[in-house]
Design a protein around this ligand. Sequence first.
Ligand SMILES: Cc1ncc(COP(=O)(O)O)c(C=O)c1O
Length: 381
Amino acid sequence: MKIPFNLPLRLGTEIQYLQEVIKRQKFSAEGYYSKLAAQKLQKIFSPTSRVHLTSSCTTAMEMAALLLDIKPDDEIIMPSFTHVGTANPFLRAGAEIVWCEIDARCMSIDPDKIEALITSRTKAIVAVHYAGIPCKIDEIRNICKNNGIYFIEDCAMAIGSTYKDRSVGTFGDLAVISFHETKNIHCGEGGAIVINNENMLDRSEILMNCGTNKNQFESGKTDHYSWISKSSNFKMSELQAAFLFPQLLELQKINNKRIDNWNSYYNSFSGIIPKDNLPFAPEFSKHNGHLFYIHTSSRRERDELIAFFKKNEIEAVFHYIPLHNAPIWDNSGVTLPITEHAAGTILRMPLYYDLSIDNIVLIAEKISEFYSEKRIENQLI
Ligand SMILES: Cc1ncc(COP(=O)(O)O)c(C=O)c1O
């Protein structure tokens, strides 16, 4: 039977929560489960932070761009090895995107390459915790502090990951999360923004209320509310929050199962693939088992392996195509050798909550078969 790359999570309990929404007849944002889900997320992050549920991680990043008051002269440093949703919101706000190289081991932005990119126009650094593995947070935070620039964590893949025993998403001025169906927990499409910088708390309420001071009106501080800021509708609906909430309650169990799967891959691939070609998770951090990838030695080998897997009904897939080379730039003139090499050689293995150990063993056998055949082929040439 075919092994897909992803099977979106279904605990089975979601339906009861959806039925409860229908019973309560409140479907838009800020309903019963929206509030519970936001509270639960707040506990995962920090009681002093504020969490707003959004319709996607991209809209959460749109809100981040508004909170930073991005202007056309601003520069934002970020990795090119990421999803367009990391960059689009800043580009739309008129900022210049400054692409930074990634660290060849952990695949996230390389702090040693950031400093040379900082100018008087740099407004923020956006770091992605690639594969749910925390990036070098301390180094990046120090750079931000020393240069008076904002730090944004793109935790799209990283819910539940920790850095030095503290949840990712609590270090940046702002952090964004994705609840797309490919993520550890999801609601089809969805996201959240975590506001850690207390100077942005009040404005975040206004932006979440479509640019109005509705919150002040609801808390009795004004007798009407008005449109006071440029904004949008970033909200997640109650139906999505109700689907997400039971998964949020089981986050630890879900992540533990994925981490078990990740470890099974790591152990069973260890005798077949050189250690340097397996994912690297530094000991000071704990990842959430979001993604398991291998580095192949060339694009050709990667594509042959994809085809070999396909023949064996296993769906393994490549990942980001570097954003700095995308057609939208009409040649950005930027060269990032590590990013470009990684994009051409990384291969992601099937990984989801219901994936069985038997299937991982089978995938390991197939990888072993592929490389044995390849060795024979190389000897024949
Ligand atoms: C690193 C990163 N940032 C942002 C996004 C965008 O997330 P969403 O689809 O929820 O907008 C993704 C999507 O997978 C992602 O991988």
